[in-house]
Design a protein around this ligand. Sequence first.
Ligand code: ADP
Ligand code: ASP
Ligand code: MG
Length: 863
Amino acid sequence: MDSLNFNPFASVASADALLDEAVEKAHLPKGDAWSIHKFGGTCVGNSERILTVANIIVKDVSERKLVVVSAMSKVTDMMYDLIYKAQSRDDSYIIALDAVLEKHKSTAVDLLEGDDLSNFLDRLHQDINNLKAMLRAIYIAGHATESFSDFVVGHGELWSAELLSAVVRKSGLECNCMDTRDVLVVNPTTSNQVDPDYLESGRRLEKWCSQNSCDTIIATGFIASTPQNIPTTLKRDGSDFSAAIMGALFMARQVTIWTDVDGVYSADPRKVSEAVILKKLSYQEAWEMSYFGANVLHPRTIIPVMKYGIPIVIRNIFNLSAPGTMICQPAGLENEDGEQVESPVKGFATIDNLALVNVEGTGMAGVPGTASAIFGAVKDVGANVIMISQASSEHSVCFAVPEMEVKAVAAALESRFRQALDAGRLSQIAVIHNCSILAAVGQKMASTPGVSATLFNALAKANINVRAIAQGCSEYNITVVVKREDCIRALRAVHSRFYLSRTTIAMGIIGPGLIGGTLLDQLRDQAAILKEKFNIDLRVMGITGSRTMLLSDTGIDLSIWRDLKKEKGEKADLQRFVQNVHGNHFIPNTVIVDCTADSYVASHYHDWLRRGIHVITPNKKANSGPLEQYLKLRTLQRQSYTHYFYEATVGAGLPIISTLQGLLETGDKILQIEGIFSGTLSYIFNNFVEARTFSEVVEAAKQAGYTEPDPRDDLSGTDVARKVIILARESGMKLELSDIPVQSLVPEPLKDSSSVEEFLQQLPQYNQDLAKQRQEAEASGEVLRYVGVVDVVKQKGTVELRRYKKEHPFAQLSGSDNIIAFSTQRYEKQPLIVRGPGAGAEVTAGGVFSDILRLASYLGAPS
Ligand code: ADP
Ligand code: ASP
Ligand code: MG
C-alpha cells in the first residue's frame, strides 16, 4: 500500500523565511528572557480558577512573560450558539446573550472591586450592547458572514484577558492587556484555516511594544486580524496556536500550555482509563497526535515553535506537582539515564465522524492523472481529505473525509467520472459511512520492525475489521480506518497491547467457596508484588457462584470482593459472565479458573478453549469424565496455543501432574504410579493403630474436619478413583472411570443409610472386618494403606486397601499427607516419591495459583 498523509513540515519553507525575516527585523527585546504561557478555557472557567492562574503568573520568575488566555470555558460555544440562533431567527438569542453577560458579570463581581470592577463592567455592557445590535442585524438578515461571526465569537477572549489582567494587577504585578487583533495578522486559506503573516505581525508587535510597557503581557488567544484589519480568528481551539506564534515572534525560552490534564497521554484519557502520561514527545509526534484527534493540543501549534527549537510544555493547572509533557527536538528525547524511551508507539489518537470514499475500477491502472482528477474534484467542493491510501495494483483509491462533507464529495466524483463509470473503466464510487480513524504515533516506529504486525494482531484479537490502512513514508504513524462503533474498542485493544504489561491476564473465578475464596485472598496479597517485580498484571474481571456473580470492566478490588459481591452482585449467568471476562478487549489474555466440583461447569471447557480462553482448574470432573470428551479436550489443547492446566486436581498443590508430564516429555517410561491420594483416608489409616477402632478414627477425622460432610464420600473411594483415572489418562491409557475397580470402605448395608448420623451410629457394627485385616497385617510386620494404583504395564488401574511393610515409605506417613511413588524406567529401583499435604484450601488454592503463574510465564512473563 502506498499512502499520503499530510505532513505540514514539508511545506513550511516559505513560511519559515517570512518568520525569520519578521524576527530579525524587529527590535524588540527577544529570546530567553521571555516565557509564554497559555491558559485554556477550563483554566479560567470560574473566579477561583482565575485567581489560581493569576497566582501562577505572579510566581513565574521569568524576566518577561506573555500570557495567552482563552475564553472562559463554554463561552466560545455560547457565542457560536448566539449566531446560530440569530441567523435562524430564533428570539432566544437575547436570553442567551443575557446568560453570557451574567456569567462574566458575576465572575467580575467575585474578583474585582472599586474602579477595576466598574471599568470592566462598563466595557462589558458596552460590548454586549454592540453585540445585541449586531445579532439583531444577523437576525433580520437571516445570515451571518464569516467576519461577523468571527467578530462576535472573539469576545470571549477579550473579556477573559481583561478580567485576568485586572486580577494580576490587583495581585501586585503590573501588566498590560493585549488585544491580539492589533498584532496578529493572518491570511485565510481555502481549507478553513489561516496562515499567519509573520512579517506584518512582527511589525505590529514591535509597534505595540513601543507603545506599551511589556514586561508582563496578558494577550487574547484565538483572535487576530486579516491584512485588511478585519477581525478574524485562528479557528476552533486556536489559542494554542496564538501562543505558539507569540513564542516564535519573541523567540521565547518556552511555551507552557496550561490545561486540565497532566500532559499528553498515550491515548485520550476519557476513552482509555489506562492511558499514561508521556514525559517527552518530539515535535513530529506531537503534531501527528494532535492531527489525528488528540485535542489537548491544536495541531498547528507545533510549526512556529519548532523552527526555533522552542520547547512546549503541557501542564495541569489543577495539579501543579505534575511535571507535564515536554515537546521538543528529538535529540532531547533521551531519558535521564540516556536510554531511549521504550515503546516504539508513543500514543494513539482517533478521529470520529468520517466517511471513507472508495474509487474503484480496472481502468484506473496505469492511467496518469487519475489521482489528480479525483482530488481535484474533492478540492472543488472544499472537502478536507484526512487520509489517503491506494492499493499498489492501482485498482482503487480510497480516502477519508469528514462525514459532513462526503455527500458533496460523492456527487462531485460521480459527475467528474460519469463517462468512466458508464464505460465501465470505473466500477464504482462507494461511500462507507460511520467510520473512524485510529492512528498509532511514534518516532521509533520508523526503526522498529514488527510494530504494524503487533498493531494488527491486537486489532484481530479484538475482532475488529480494518477498512483501510495508511502508513506515511516517515513511518511516524500508522493509520487505520475502522467502523465508528468499533473505534473505542480498537483504541483500547491497541493501547493495551503496547502499554499494558505483556502478561496482563483477565481472570474469571467460578466458585468463590473454600478454595476459590482462598485463591482470591492469595491473589489479593500477591498481586502488587507480581506486578511490580514480574510485570504480571492479574485482573479479576468476574467472580461467580451458583446464585450471584460480580462483574467489573477494569478489575475487582480484591480487598473487598466479598462485600462487593454482596452489595453489587447480580444474578449468576455463566454465559454473560464469560462474555464479560473475555469480551473486555483491552486485556489481551483471558483465563477462567473453575474452583467448583461441578460437571456442568467442566462441560464448557472445550468451548472456552476453542474461543481462546485459557482454563485452570482443581475440578476433577472434566479429566475423569467420559473418555471421549476428555480426548476431545486434550486434542484441542494440543492443537491450539490456548492453555489448560489442572495441577491441583491430584494432590492439591503437590507437583504430581507436572512431575508426570516432565517424565513423559523427557522420554521416560512410566511403569507404575502408586499413591495415597486421599488426605482423609491417609489420616484414617495413619491413626488406625493400637486399640483404636475404625469407626472411632472415622469419627475423629470427621470431628477434625478432615472428611467431606458425609464421610461416605471419602470412604467410597470414588474420589481416589478419579485421581487414578486422571493419572492413567495422563500416562496415555484410555480408561473410563467404570474400568477402575474400587474397593469401597463403606459397608454394603450402610450405603443407603438415610443420614450421616445414622451411618456413623451404625458403623461400629462393622469394625470387625477391618480389625481382622489389621491384625493379620501386623502379624506379618505390615500396615494397611488405602491406595490408588496406575499399572501402566498391565494397562489397568485399581483403588484398594493394600498391605505395606513397616519400613515402606507409605507406612511411615503421618497426619493427612499424600504420598505418590512413580516407578519408571529411570526410577526403577528407587521410585520417585512426592510427599506432602495433599488437601486443604490453602494448598489447593496455592496449586491453582501456581498454574496461573505458569500460564503467565507461558505468555511471556519474565522468570
Ligand atoms: P483547553 O480548553 O485547556 O485548551 P482542551 O479541552 O482543548 O483544553 O484539551 C484538553 C483535553 O484534551 C483534555 O481534557 C482531554 O480530555 C483531551 N485529550 C484528548 N486526547 C488527549 C491526550 N492524548 N492527552 C491528553 N488529553 C487529551
Ligand atoms: N476559545 C476558543 C475555542 O473554544 C479557542 C481556544 O480556547 O483555544 O475554540
Ligand atoms: Mg485546547
